[in-house]
Design a protein around this ligand. Structure first.
Ligand code: URA
Ligand code: CA
Length: 441
């Protein structure tokens, strides 16, 4: 087999065989295929999109390019959850303890924040003492002991995806649905869970800016999960405004804690409970979503959810007193208000820019190795469609470095649209795609 022939075939819109796809993935992971051929191949895949069958083969080859986690030492059904990435999107921290409190085992491998989106690992590590660098043995023991663990993806998981993603990032081939679907699902399949719930975001703060693309990505991923024998459900949810109120690591953890204590309502709670209810149904802990939601509400009301969160924090080396006493988190030195500049309604929020505003304050990274400031971020006071008046607070800015505030303010200026009316077009949940509906167009 020759790589040039495989590139040519895809360039000419022909269908690749399983062997040809595997040849590329294996060869590229082992550095036997050079970046220039891989780049040409990915660009051919970009213009001549992979079919369902090819996408499945690519996913499988990537899944087995490294270690596949064996979760069989954990008894019962193992669940996993993934979000395509949003802003103020802390659903994992809300749902993980709740589903574990309802008896479902959650073995979660998470990522770090990059660009305008936050990452679960960074958020968790903002709790004093918490580590997410677990050995596989400790991870499995912890899920057996308390029903939930969150760790960083090991280096040996999906090496093909790591190389391909880095190359796509610098060759303008990221935004392609079959390539995104295979990238995400190869990591989920290699992580070893039996049931998977996916949260595909759409809107101004999401990868997928249009609803049609988000639905197509969701269907493609559910189809891949189904073909791999994993029970998979995807929700398509809104990212035209931050999901919660807090954008920033410690702030987001505190918001999640308030939800778990039953002190805070809103979209973040609603989406987290919706995702959690799918997990409980797939994991056979509830017969249907309605019963699952009742179980989850009970876990909030009776305190078993917040108790499970403390167990998770302690198991991963953290100081559980911080859950009851937020003064134990890193604190920002500077707190400023961002005021509304005219009367009207909040008609638009460029959510990506809001994420960037928090990131430039130090909550996120521009480069992979950049340090994070856990204390800083943006608090969002208003929701889309709310009436606003000149001089009232739209955002609270939490900072440590005053020299970064001007850039954050400029991003907030650009992000906000105040008009005399709001078209009211966004909704919280746009679609739910399960294994029976994934193949319907
Ligand atoms: N996230 C991933 O993990 N992979 C992609 O290709 C895009 C987003
Ligand atoms: Ca069908």
């Amino acid at each position: 087999m020759k790589m040039t022939d495989i590139i040519m075939k895809k360039r000419d819109s022909e269908t690749l065989t399983r062997e040809e796809i595997k040849y590329f993935v294996d060869g590229y992971s082992k550095c036997e295929i050079p970046d220039y051929q891989a780049a040409a191949f990915l660009m051919a895949c970009y213009f001549n999109e992979l079919s369902h069958e090819e996408t499945k083969e690519l996913t499988e080859a990537m899944t087995y390019s490294g270690d596949v986690v064996d979760l069989s030492p954990i008894s019962g059904i193992k669940a996993d959850k993934h979000s395509t990435g949003g802003v103020a999107d802390t659903t994992t921290l809300v749902l993980a303890p709740l589903v574990a409190a309802c008896g479902l085992k959650l073995a979660k491998m998470s990522g770090r924040g990059l660009g305008h989106t936050g990452g679960t690992l960074d958020k968790l590590e903002s709790i004093p003492g918490v580590s997410t660098a677990l050995t596989m043995e400790a991870f499995i023991d912890q899920v057996n002991d308390i029903g939930v663990a969150v760790m960083g993806q090991t280096m040996s998981l999906c090496p093909a995806d790591k190389k391909m993603y880095e190359l796509r990032d610098v060759t303008a081939t990221v935004d392609n649905i079959p390539l995104i679907a295979s990238s995400i699902m190869s990591k989920k399949l290699a992580a070893g869970a039996d049931v998977i719930v996916l949260d595909v975001k759409t809107g101004s703060g999401a990868f997928m800016k249009t609803l049609d693309d988000a639905k197509r990505l969701a269907r493609t991923m559910v189809e891949i999960g189904k073909l791999a024998g994993k029970k998979t459900v995807a929700m398509v949810t809104d990212m035209n405004q931050p999901l919660g109120r807090a954008i920033g690591n410690a702030m987001e953890v505190q918001e999640a804690i308030e939800i778990l204590r039953g002190e805070r309502e809103g979209d973040l709670k609603d989406v987290a409970l919706d995702l959690a209810s799918h997990l409980l149904v797939l994991g056979k802990k509830a017969d249907d979503k309605v019963k699952a939601l009742i179980m989850l509400q009970k876990a909030i009301a009776d305190g078993s959810g917040i108790k499970k969160f403390k167990e998770l924090v302690m198991a991963q080396g953290g100081d559980a007193r911080a859950i009851d006493d937020f003064s134990l988190f890193d604190q920002p030195k500077i707190k400023e208000d961002y005021l509304c500049q005219k009367d009207g309604v909040l008609a638009g929020m460029d959510t990506e820019k809001l994420g960037m505003a928090s990131s430039v304050l130090g909550a996120g990274r521009a480069e992979k190795e950049d340090p994070i400031d856990y204390a800083v971020g943006i608090w969002v006071e208003k929701r889309l469609g709310e009436p606003v008046t000149k001089g009232e607070t739209l955002f609270k800015i939490y900072a440590n470095d005053s020299s970064k505030i001007a850039e954050a303010r400029k991003l907030l200026d650009e992000a906000v649209t105040i008009s005399d009316r709001y078209d009211g077009k966004h909704q919280l949940v746009y679609a739910e795609i399960d294994m029976d509906t994934a193949d319907e167009q």
